[in-house]
Structure formats: C-alpha cells, structure tokens
Design a protein around this ligand. Structure first.
Ligand code: GDP
Length: 411
C-alpha cells in the first residue's frame, strides 16, 4: 500500500479527451523547471517543425513513447517539485482500471484536477469523471477551465460554464476547492498568474495545489499502530505491532481499539534493541503497564484520538471476482490486521464501472467488475475511518471462500 508522507501529494488529472490533460501536465512540469533542458529543446524543435507554439502535450507524448518502448520513465513516476513538496502525477488509464487502482490502493490520488475545455463545455466524459471522483470520495478537487484563449478570456463564458459545472458537482455531492480559468498551452494561471484575465482574483492551479493540506497527516499526535501478534513469555505479554503513522514513546498513554481501553507503554523493543521511541514504518514489540488482553487486529492510537468503532458502515466496493456477491452471504473483511466476519446487508446501487451507468437500485447481487454502494454489517465491532481521512483504516478487502474478491473504501 502506498505510504503517504508529508512531502508528497498524489495528483490525478481527468477530463474529456482533448480537453488538455497532457498539455496541463506538461505545463506544470515545464513551469516548475522539472524537465531536463535537452528534453525541452527537443520539444521546442519538433513544435517549430510543425509550425506550432511549443506543444506541451508533446512532453507527455514523449513520456508515453518512452514508456511504450520500455525506456526510462514510468509515467506513474512523473512528478514535479516545489519548495513545499513533491507532486506525483498518477496515470488515469481507462475508467475500470482507474477505479480498480484507486479502490484497491494500487495507486491513490489525494487530489484530482477535473479539466473542461471552454470551447466545448461539459462533455460525456466530464460527467463520467466527476461521477468517478464522487464514487471514490476524493475530497480535494480543483476544476480548471482550459483553453480560455479560444474564448478570448471572456469572463461571462467562464461564469456560465462554471455555473453548469457547479450544478453537476452539487448533484454528485462534490465540493470543489477551486475553479480556475487557464490556458494550459500558454501557461495562463497554471503556475504564473495570467495577464489576460484581470477579472480573476483567485489562485493559479499551482497555488491551489499548494494550499491543499493533506488531511491524512496534519492531525498533531496522530498515530496508528496495528497489532500483528502476541508473544507470551513467563513474565509478560509482548505485543508485536507495526506503526503505520506517527510515533510511540515509552510512558505514552495509548488507547486500544475497538475495546476502548486505556493503558501506558511500558517498554519498546525493536529487533532486540531497547528503545524510548519508535517511528512510522517500524515493526516493534511493546509491553503495556496494565495486563490488558490485546490480540491481533487491535488498533493502537494515542489516548486523545478517536476513531469510529462500529458494526455497520457505508462503503463503495469494486467486485473483482468472477463469482458474484450475494446480499447477506457470509464474507470476511480485512482492514489493517482486523479480520471480521461480515455480511452485506444492503446493495444500494450497482454500477457499471466502465459506463458508470446505474444497473439497479436495491440489488441482490454484485457481479464481476461492478461497483457497489453498499451497507456492511460486521459480526464484531470494527475500527474504521473514512477513506479520505485514513488510508489504513479507510480501505479494506473482502474475502470470500478464502479468495480476495473485492476492494472497498469506507465513505
Ligand atoms: P488530452 O487528450 O486531454 O490530454 O488533451 P491534450 O493535452 O493532448 O490537448 C489536446 C489539444 O488541445 C492539443 O492540440 C493542445 O495543443 C490543445 N490545447 C491544450 N490546451 C490548450 C489551450 O489552453 N489553448 C489552446 N488553444 N489549445 C490547447
């Protein structure tokens, strides 16, 4: 699973074909000086040959070419850097793959840019992509209105299409953070403020990105450790756990979930080394000052923190298995190291992951490659969190007949 760290933000650009995704990405890379100079020269030359301005979409085409030839750059590694952090641009292949990757955690965008061509307005794929963003619960969304140059930077046209988009987003329960008029080709309002749109006082695309805070991180003494195993010796019980986020210190007051018991860390041991502190990513053994009964699947957090402990929650799942899922059948959910017997008590919606069309409401099954908006009921309490708040506790897999059959996110 992807490790979210403070210094990078994962970004995806979506929108109708030809609305300017590649050009915008190329522009972001170019204007943040993230491209090697020989590549820039090459692109300038080939654009000139074609009698055009520097085509920033070429930058992305070159990456694509290299990828196809298996040469240097994997597009999922395309990134640009600012003083604040690194932005990693995630490739958005077809809908099915994108939804699958996002739900299963193969790649996880924290920010999405939805791009609309001002000359064309909202198109079929604009609607579909907006729908995907809503299904995936991506919280940080920037809408960019591209090709402003083609409509002579007219504020009234921008306002008209912005109203239409806002209506579409409202219907999908999406709150976009910024609505930015740009010309990706010329670089207006991408990294540099445009001189052609004095009427626009808001953020450029990059300024908008820089202002986005990563919810998953900035929560003070936010820690999560998941219990993997317990070793008993004659004198004590050693709790083996992995710190997913934050750090643990000897003497720290901790909470054990789902039981909600409070205790203190008595000792920390990392590979036979006695420690005062342990950090994110480390697998450690701890003992607690109270003889609590901990077991695999328990979640440890700071005593001041709170997570949802529940028997019932709403989720979006992506069904990977060829065998269908039936309502109320016995399945198991794995979330962090929790493994809990479960059933789906309601299938609110069945959605075709390719067309995103609604197949049925209140269904009884979910078939291969379908997305389901479901209500899950667990036998025992489970510790979960909304997926856009916690990667560890917001994402799960469904196991049916010992086979991983679906990925899911808590919404
Ligand atoms: P994608 O399919 O969404 O990746 O779109 P591209 O980035 O390949 O762009 C499609 C076409 O639109 C290309 O010919 C671009 O040069 C052109 N284009 C992109 N952005 C702008 C813009 O801001 N103004 C104008 N006039 N053309 C643009």
């Amino acid at each position: 699973m992807d490790n979210i760290n403070k210094n990078n933000l994962k970004l995806v650009v979506v929108g109708h074909v030809d609305h300017g995704k590649s050009t915008l990405i190329g522009r972001l890379l170019f204007d943040t000086d993230s491209l090697p100079s020989d590549r820039v020269e090459e692109i300038k030359k080939s654009s000139k040959k074609l009698g055009r301005k520097t085509e920033f979409a070429f930058i992305m085409d070159h990456f694509q070419e290299e990828r196809e030839q298996g040469i240097t750059i994997d597009i999922s590694q395309t990134s640009f850097q600012t003083k604040k952090r690194e932005y990693i641009i995630i490739d958005a292949p077809g809908h099915v793959e994108f939804i699958k990757n996002m739900i299963t955690g193969a790649s996880q965008a924290e920010v999405a840019i939805l791009i609309v061509d001002m000359n064309e307005g909202i198109k079929e794929q604009t609607r579909r992509h907006a729908k995907i963003l809503s299904l995936l619960g991506i919280k940080n969304i920037i809408v960019v209105f591209n090709k402003m140059d083609l409509i002579k930077f007219e504020e009234s046209i921008f306002n008209k299409i912005k109203d239409e988009i806002q209506k579409l987003l409202k219907d999908l329960d999406i709150n976009a953070k910024y609505f930015t008029p740009i010309s990706a080709l010329n670089g207006d309002n991408v990294v540099k403020k445009s001189n052609n749109m004095d009427w626009y006082k808001g953020a450029t695309v990059l300024e908008g990105l820089e202002l986005i805070e990563n919810d998953m991180l900035d929560e003070g003494n936010d820690i999560i450790a998941v219990v993997q195993d317990i070793y008993k010796t004659d004198q004590e019980r050693i709790v083996v756990c992995k710190i997913e986020k934050g750090e643990l210190t000897v003497g720290q007051k901790i909470k054990i979930l789902p039981e909600n018991k409070i205790t203190k860390i008595k000792s920390i041991n990392v590979f036979n080394e006695i420690r005062k502190k342990a950090y994110s990513g480390e697998s450690i053994g701890i003992t607690t000052s109270d003889p609590l009964f901990l077991e695999r699947g328990n979640i440890i957090c700071d005593s001041k923190m709170d997570f949802n402990v529940t028997n019932e929650f709403k989720a979006n799942i992506f069904w990977l298995s060829k065998n269908s899922l039936k309502k109320n059948e016995n399945i198991t959910i794995r979330c962090a190291t929790q493994e809990i017997a479960t059933e789906i008590i309601k299938i609110n919606k069945r959605i075709n992951s390719s067309s995103l069309e609604l197949i049925e409401k209140n269904g009884n099954t979910i078939e291969n490659l379908e997305v389901g908006e479901v209500i899950i009921k667990t036998k025992n309490p489970i510790v979960i969190e909304k997926f856009n708040k916690s990667d560890e506790l917001g994402r799960f897999v469904i196991v049916k007949n010992n086979i991983i059959s679906a990925g899911g996110i808590v919404v």
